[in-house]
Design a protein around this ligand. Structure first.
Ligand code: DOR
Ligand code: ZN
Length: 348
């Protein structure tokens, strides 16, 4: 048997789904993403949400200002869709390069989604315009109906919303964000090439036991919530399959320790500081190190129609200990894998 590789050099990767927040915390978290990735799709669920061209461009400038000197990082911006979004604003913003995609949050599905879309029928004109110009729709795929169990909300979303949408607008590029179920992977596999998905590190590493066994663990809570083991295994299979439909999207979602460790803790896992280390360990465990570069650095840009990054990064097989807490410019945040040892380390 050949000996296990000690280093892995890949084309510079991108993060196709991240939350960078704003203000002081933004300045604390941007360096982590900028150290690991060349580009990132930045989610617009601020409070208030970033909806129009002017707000998105101003937010972009604040992110760029927070990139440490010497790091080359480009934020790729998104517009937040509401019931009132005008197709003309979306088309103009995309044409001017202000946003590369638009995000669909079903209203009240997750953090910062109160102004999200109450019924996709209300944004039909926007979606048709996006289909016409080839602009990707990024979807938080969960229904919010009170009678639907939280562990079923993604699967029900496929049947009630996503499948009809993909059928009615067959040319619309759709990214099914942070998929968490076998049903989602099966849907993506069965759809045309215009439908893709991001997969987070946490949904590859943990199932719902991590959140609930031996005590309630708020730092393992995110939305969509981690599901049972069979789903985690289906996601690992999809991620390492080599299919161009799956790509890296961390959904890194920082919240202060106090907001997580609360009677009503916020959803979100802060995985930016060790994202590549976390993902590459999964590919190593699955015997698929040779497919990591495509997942991290090729499938995303090809789907979005953007150039691949020049340059490379190197990961080395060397233990790294994840700290219990990361200081994000004055805000303490517990990172994913806090207190654990990971098996790979990003060089530099
Ligand atoms: O866990 C999550 N946190 N899921 C989301 O969809 C939003 C995110 C956040 O912004 O905190
Ligand atoms: Zn997200």
């Amino acid at each position: 048997m050949p000996s296990a590789p000690q280093t892995l050099t890949i084309r510079r990767p991108d993060d196709w789904h991240v939350h960078l927040r704003d203000g002081e915390v933004l300045r604390g978290v941007v360096p982590h993403t900028a150290r690991q990735f060349a580009r990132a799709i930045v989610m617009p669920n601020l409070s208030p949400p970033v909806t129009g061209i002017a707000a998105v461009s101003a937010y972009r400038d604040r992110i760029v200002a927070a990139v440490p000197a010497g790091l080359d990082f480009t934020p790729l911006m998104t517009a937040y869709l509401t019931d009132g979004t005008e197709p003309g604003e979306i088309v103009r913003g995309h044409g001017e390069g202000a946003f590369v995609a638009a995000k669909l949050y079903p209203a009240h599905a997750t953090t910062g989604s109160a102004r999200g879309v109450t019924d996709v029928a209300k944004i039909r004109g926007v979606l048709e315009a996006m289909q016409d110009i080839g602009m990707p729709l990024l979807v938080h795929g969960e229904v919010t109906d009170h009678d639907v169990d939280i562990f079923d909300r993604e699967a029900v979303f496929i049947d009630r919303v996503l499948a009809p949408l993909v059928r009615d607008l067959p040319g619309l590029k759709v990214v099914f964000e942070h998929i968490t179920t076998a049903e989602a992977a099966a849907f993506v596999d069965g759809a045309g090439p215009q439908v893709a998905a991001t997969i987070t590190p946490q949904h590859l590493h943990i199932n719902r036991n991590a959140m609930l066994v031996g005590g309630i663990r708020p730092h393992a809570y995110c939305l969509p919530v981690a599901k049972r083991e069979k789903h985690r295994l289906a996601l690992r299979k999809a991620a390492v399959s080599g299919s161009p439909k799956y790509f890296l999207g961390t959904d890194s979602a920082p919240h202060a320790v106090s907001a997580k460790e609360s009677a009503c803790g916020c959803a979100g896992i802060f995985n930016a500081p060790f994202a590549l280390e976390s993902y590459v360990q999964v590919f190593d465990e699955e015997g698929a190190l040779d497919r990591f570069e495509a997942f991290a650095s090729e499938h995303g840009p090809r789907f979005y129609g953007l150039p691949l990054n020049p340059g490379t990064v190197t990961l080395e097989r060397s233990e790294v200990e994840v700290p219990a807490v990361v200081d994000a410019n004055g805000t303490p945040i517990v990172p994913f894998h806090a207190g654990e040892r990971l098996q790979w380390k990003l060089r530099g």
